[in-house]
Design a protein around this ligand. Structure first.
Ligand SMILES: Nc1ncnc2c1ncn2[C@@H]1O[C@H](COP(=O)(O)OP(=O)(O)O)[C@@H](O)[C@H]1O
Ligand SMILES: [Mg+2]
Length: 247
């Protein structure tokens, strides 16, 4: 996957309907003149870099992510992704419309179970661990009943250091009691991640004005210990040799 530069078709922007960053649904025009529907995100340059770098890297790691674009707005870069045309998991199950209480709790369980059961969830958990994505909430998983797409990596790659350190897919698996299954399969996926992909993603971004300093080493450090990192996301077995009778 490479990253294409595009421009916004004037007047085509409407609210995307979810999220906190003011994402906009719009029409973009590619350099070859073709137009397509996309979701536009503006923000600090670090977050634009995190979105673009992650989209390139995760697609190299075979995670389904929408096609990414960089939008040149008079020098400032914005990020856009091809509109896949289906909702996120929170919207699919209408979670936001339910009042707080047992019905909402039950729906949340169903939603988490769905998120954990997708064919690419173990790979996504491994990728999130590698890129330090602390923000894999149910609004960042798109699902049409058949196919999933993973979005919103604005707070990965060091941009989310104000958030609690978390791998939310592991948290969801714990919440629904599927932790052992996810742990095993995520570790297996992590060991298969192509170690040369981060440098290729950096090369793909080298021709655009999006600084990626420090990102490849950050991912390399995380990949070096990714098995241990994933193990640590789940509670450890009690130390059966500990003798609590003696002081
Ligand atoms: N490529 C896409 N295709 C379809 N819908 C998308 C796409 N990208 C984002 N969205 C929709 O827009 C919402 C907000 O986008 P997101 O990237 O999560 O931004 P935020 O940082 O505001 O959470 C998502 O929850 C989803 O409903
Ligand atoms: Mg989001």
């Amino acid at each position: 996957m490479e990253i294409h530069i595009a421009t916004i078709v004037n007047g085509s922007e409407t609210p995307a309907g979810d999220g906190i960053s003011g994402a906009l649904r719009c029409v973009i025009r590619l350099q070859d003149g073709t137009k397509r529907s996309a979701i536009l995100k503006r923000g600090p340059v670090g977050q634009i870099m995190a979105e673009a770098f992650s989209a390139l890297l995760l697609s190299k790691w075979n995670l389904p992510v929408p096609l990414p674009f960089l939008i040149d707005e008079a020098g400032a870069m914005a990020f856009a992704s091809a509109d896949v045309g289906y909702p996120n998991l929170k919207q699919s199950l209408n979670l936001d419309s339910l009042p707080k209480g047992p019905a909402r709790e039950a729906a949340l369980q169903v939603c988490a179970a769905l998120a954990c059961s997708l064919p690419t969830t173990p790979l996504a958990a491994a990728c999130d661990e590698a890129i330090d994505n602390r923000d894999r909430n149910l609004g960042n998983i798109l699902w049409d009943g058949n196919t999933e797409a993973w979005i919103d990596h604005a707070l990965a790659l060091g941009q989310g250091s104000h958030l609690q350190d978390a791998n939310k897919l592991c948290d969801m698996a714990l919440f629904i009691g599927q932790d052992e299954r996810l742990q095993r399969s995520a570790i297996a996926q992590a060991l298969l991640l192509d170690r040369s992909a981060p440098a290729s993603a950096e090369t793909a971004l080298s021709s655009v004005t999006v600084p990626t300093t420090g990102v490849v080493p950050l991912i390399a450090t995380r990949l070096n210990a990714i098995g241990n990192r994933l193990v640590a996301r789940f509670p450890r077995p009690l130390d059966l040799l500990t003798n609590h009778d003696r002081v």
